[in-house]
Design a binder for this molecule. Sequence first.
Ligand code: PHB
Length: 364
Amino acid sequence: MTEKLFTPLKVGAIEAKNRIVMAPLTRNRADNDTGEVNDMHVEYYRQRAGAGIIITEATQISPEGKGYLATPGIHSDAQVDAWKKVTDAVHEAGGKIVVQLWHVGRISHVSLQPDGQQPVAPSAIRADVKTFTENGFEPVSEPRALELSELPRVVADYAHATEMARKAGFDGVEVHGANGYLLDQFLKTGSNKREDAYGGSIENRARLLLEVLKAVTEAWDGDHVGLRLSPFSPANGIEDANPQETFDYVVEELNKFGLAYLHMVEGATGGSRELAEGQSLTALREKFDGVYMANNGYDRAMAIETVESGAAELVAFGRPYIANPDLAKRLEKNAPLNEGDHKTYYGGGREGFTDYPFLEEENA
Ligand code: PHB
């Protein structure tokens, strides 16, 4: 019998041919000046079209949303033209692809910002973490707090990026609400000390995310929009006084938007799946009305069991997709997986990007 993991599922408007998702992976190979992807990306994503859904690497919605060297954007016409080649290639190969919409907030460096300006954040609190710049790993810069009057512009940037994503031929967009970037910075108490309508109470801290979802679903529709959250992850120096309470509210509110899916980083991003006492992802999953995509440290057996039991409808794989372009097929055949080379994860050329072997090549 075929396990459910390998069977199709309608995810909002997206017909996924299986329940295996390629998670967003930052690879720092776009043009650093223009934010355009190139022929290498066309090949890289085409190779991975066996996934039910590909989620692109995090992609900035505006110049201000950039926080690392050589990440792509989805705000200029040239970027749209470049992405169009990627979406065409994935579609031709029978795949589906959504773009992850990213604003890094305070996780940035003046050298990556327009005119060397300060990165923006809910509050002027620097995170004690590093980012990757022209000079290698450097501490992030001191941010400035966004003015209340600037927030409608930030929301409009998400809507604009969504329109650009449609033009580029994507099957949908994923709003990046996770991992200590802008929207997560607003949600969580450690980074949001605002005293206006966007800080303090849970309703206020969630306001920007919910306004972004409203704008993005109006620019397209809920059926083409996913959301990624990481309620309990400390990624990028983020902290919340009571994440269960915060996310109980957030997830409840999500049901108003008819989203295609909710993508959960379960535990610490790229790390432990353990939760602290009083924290429950099951409670959040049960509150959400739509398709639930699980992520973080899944292997074949866990993924099969999780989808079979109904604990999730989709499972997203990150690092295994770096070294296994045909991961979905390997999982289905229970074939061995290639190991990735960490030295080529971030930045560089084709090596460690488009040259990992497919099963047939290995067996030839
Ligand atoms: C990273 O570049 O390390 C990175 C980017 C986006 C994420 C998480 C990590 O969501």
